[in-house]
Write a protein that binds this ligand. Structure first.
Ligand code: TRP
Length: 332
């Protein structure tokens, strides 16, 4: 396999939003038909354990996330898709990499500091180890590129540092991954506060559209979307709400922003919001139908997850064996 590896993990927390769909998934769908790349996606269930999960809900949500990606058209034939906990090499390489990671650098991570502040009663070792597990995810697969948002950039940096440190201590073992900056996919903002990003774990349910929201819910959320009192439909820094709605409309219809503005500029806000809601619902309806079909066929989902885990484990095991040998673990 000489294709460049693109690796990404998805934490099964919150819900998959319209922002994820427009921002990342569109790109995944394009990449899966590009012969230059092999994409590997894991459901990062071990990462999610760093904050307390209700076991029954967590188990259900993990499978649901997997089904949602499939429902969006991410193909298990063209990509390697699996659950992180099904490939033991992730936990095993994490242990080794822990011995090449300094407590100082791990405790300086912004996300660790943020999450420690938010979970003051549960600052567990996993929270600090989070970036090392993420480094193991990436480094196990000879990854060339990792699509990252700003919030994960620092974690990619530490993965690169760990890889270089290991390579220098022994001999070239890990590919040192680069960030992959997507050229497509607009940034979608919260419907309730259009100056902040649409987040999959926003507490305000009206802030985000889940890709599984029913038509009624979609329409109602767009009706409530925050705009402004200026009553003109145009983009501009002074109009974050309308700009966001125009961006969403253009993204889901495949039109340019200019086309969207030309089409909608005469609409009163109420009509415009409904128009955007309709377009979003049209995009999401087939996803919802496919999702329900998939969730009705657990045996199929499990077989896909198994196959993905086998493919991933084969690649991961090769790297892990090399690493064990280099550090001097006695081999049988
Ligand atoms: N930490 C990432 C996030 O919260 C998820 C993740 C886990 C990941 N392992 C990864 C992303 C490996 C990229 C590569 O978004």
């Amino acid at each position: 396999m000489d294709k460049k590896i693109i690796y990404s993990g998805i934490q099964p927390t919150g819900c998959i939003t319209l922002g994820n769909y427009i921002g990342a998934l569109g790109n995944w769908l394009k990449l899966q038909d590009d012969d230059e790349y092999q994409c590997i996606y894991s459901i990062a269930d071990l990462h999610a354990l760093t904050v307390r999960q209700n076991p029954a809900e967590f188990r259900a949500r993990t499978l649901s996330f997997f089904a949602q990606y499939l429902a969006c058209g991410v193909s298990p034939e063209k990509n390697i898709m699996y659950f992180q906990s099904h490939v033991p090499a992730h936990a095993e390489l994490t242990w080794i990499l822990n011995c090449y990671t300094y407590v100082g650098e791990a405790s300086r991570m912004t996300q660790f500091k943020d999450k420690s502040a938010k979970n003051a009663d549960n600052i567990n070792m996993g929270l600090m180890d989070y970036p090392v597990l993420m480094a193991a995810d990436i480094l196990l697969y000879n990854t060339s590129m990792v699509p990252v948002g700003v919030d994960q950039k620092q974690h990619l940096e530490i993965a690169r540092d760990i890889a270089n440190r290991f390579n220098n201590a022994y001999s070239p073992t890990f590919n040192v991954p680069e960030p992959y900056i997507s050229t497509m996919g607009a940034k979608i903002m919260s419907l309730a506060d259009p100056t902040s990003k649409m987040s999959k774990s926003d507490a305000n349910i009206n802030a985000t559209i889940s890709i599984l929201d029913s038509r009624d819910v979609v329409m109602s959320k767009f009706r409530k979307a925050v705009t402004d009192s200026d009553n003109t439909i145009r983009i501009g820094e002074d109009k974050p709400g309308i700009t966001n709605l125009l961006t969403i409309y253009a993204s889901v219809t495949g039109k340019t922003i200019d086309e969207a503005v030309a089409e909608c500029s005469d609409m009163p806000y109420g009509v415009f919001k409904q128009h955007v809601g309709e377009a979003v619902d049209e995009l999401l309806t087939p996803v919802r139908i496919k999702y329900n079909d998939l969730m009705g066929d657990k045996a199929y989902l499990i077989s896909v997850a198994k196959e993905g885990a086998e493919k991933a484990a084969y690649l991961a095991q090769k790297t892990l064996r090399k690493v064990y040998k280099k550090v001097g673990l006695f081999q049988l």
